[in-house]
Design a protein around this ligand. Structure first.
Ligand SMILES: O=C(O)[C@H](O)COP(=O)(O)O
Length: 406
């Protein structure tokens, strides 16, 4: 049960009364007449074979207020796409799959590339970006929510709570971010959020003063959660990273575009578990190692747009400041875990912090050495200015793929 604290920056929707799901869903069915709702599911083909997605689909199938479900499917060949069509056919709602690696969508990607507008690398950000383009062309939803496909503790109450603040016709929130404690099997998880993002934001505040942007990011209880909802038009104007920087990128973009009075966060669940990636100390191209690099780069680039300047010396100080703060936080997490009867691998946490500290420098050199890199995907507004009919052609291509013309 969460408290009723408001941090004074974004509105916090708590779960104070455990309101029954049927009441929330009745409300949402009424809201949907004024604000129809679309759900985006960014998925890897491998997640269809994982332990979470079949249950997620069973739950979504029982949701009574959705106008459409849009599945972005990555890393699937033709046979796997056909299998995915079968798999998602359990959904009674209008649903479409974006076969991102299929010939039609690859051809559109090549067209964008020719104009310098294509996402520069595959990843969750690219997947979500194409789904956002499709949702705008389909015109079915006025509110769009998005969540990961590896949630082991999923129930459709999470979705109802995620949509509610933005779908309520008398509220004027543009964007809502989900949060929850990452607890599973007696362990405290969420290693990148707890051990990297929070102490990094605080180290940056120490160095650069309490910038409104940093205070804002730090006001989210779970800045890396993959669950958020927004008014459909928000998707038009944002520039997001193609990689694991997606979540930080989205938070930064809505801060740039809207007053914090239009932004909120919501308590989604008492516990949340998902697929845990290895830290992958030896391989910077995978696991939490890669994730932490992508996040640090996204953060530096967004700070640069706020007028913050960086230098090699500054990154060294940042590393030292971060490291001290992170070690202090480990102590706090450890004590909190003990009182709650949870376990925490203190040695593992300290090793992760050492790696993240090294990655802050690594990401810093990448930032200083490659000023010309195009890490953010252009906004859909820009794409529409350059190739006005691209969203419609994307929607057409998706229709044909889904009709089985593959
Ligand atoms: O949110 C996070 O911090 C990362 O996704 C890692 O999470 P985990 O420690 O729960 O695997």
């Amino acid at each position: 049960m969460s408290d009723f604290h408001q941090n004074g920056i974004v509105t916090d929707f708590h779960n104070l009364t455990r309101r029954p799901l049927v009441e929330l869903e009745d409300d949402l069915v009424r809201f949907s007449a004024r604000r129809p709702m679309s759900l985006i599911l960014p998925s890897l083909f491998s997640e269809l074979e994982g332990p979470a997605l079949a249950h997620i689909v069973d739950e979504i199938a029982r949701v009574p207020y959705l106008a459409e479900v849009v599945i972005g499917l990555d890393r699937a060949d033709r046979g796997q796409f056909l299998h995915a069509r079968e798999f998602f056919s359990a959904l009674p709602q209008h649903h479409r799959i974006l076969w991102n690696d299929g010939p039609r969508l690859r051809a559109l990607d090549a067209e964008l590339e020719a104009q310098g507008l294509a996402p520069q690398q595959p990843g969750k950000g690219r997947n979500v970006w194409y789904c956002a383009g499709y949702v705008q062309a389909s015109h079915r939803g006025a509110v769009v929510a998005l969540h990961d496909c590896d949630i082991l503790t999923y129930d459709r109450g999470m979705l109802a709570r995620l949509f509610f603040p933005v779908a309520h016709p008398h509220f004027n929130y543009e964007f809502c971010k989900g949060y929850y404690p990452r607890i599973a099997e007696g362990r405290l998880n969420g290693r990148v959020s707890r051990l990297m993002v929070t102490p990094l934001l605080r180290a940056l505040k120490k160095m650069h003063g309490p910038l409104p942007y940093l205070e804002y990011l730090d006001s989210y209880r779970y800045p890396l959660s993959g669950e958020f909802s927004m008014r459909a038009e928000v998707l038009d104007g944002i520039r997001i990273p193609a990689d694991w920087g997606l979540e930080i990128g989205v938070l930064s973009e809505v801060h740039r575009n809207y007053s914090t009075k239009r932004l909120c966060q919501v308590d989604l669940a008492d516990a949340y578990d998902h697929k845990h990636q290895p830290v992958s100390e030896e391989d910077a191209s995978s696991g939490l190692n890669r994730m932490s690099l992508d996040i640090a780069k996204a953060l530096y680039r967004k700070l640069a747009t706020q007028g913050v300047t960086f230098s090699a010396e500054g990154f060294r100080t940042l590393k030292a400041t971060y490291y001290r703060l992170a070690l202090d936080l480990i102590e706090a997490y450890d004590h909190d875990a003990v009182m709650n009867g949870l376990s925490l691998d203190r040695h593992g946490e300290e090793r992760a912090v050492e790696l993240f500290a090294a990655n802050l420098l690594e990401a810093g050199s990448a930032f200083l050495d490659n000023p010309g890199e195009r890490p953010f995907i252009p906004s859909w507004n820009r794409v529409k200015a350059a190739i006005p009919d691209l969203p419609e052609r994307l929607a057409e291509a998706v229709e044909r793929d889904n009709a089985g013309q593959v």
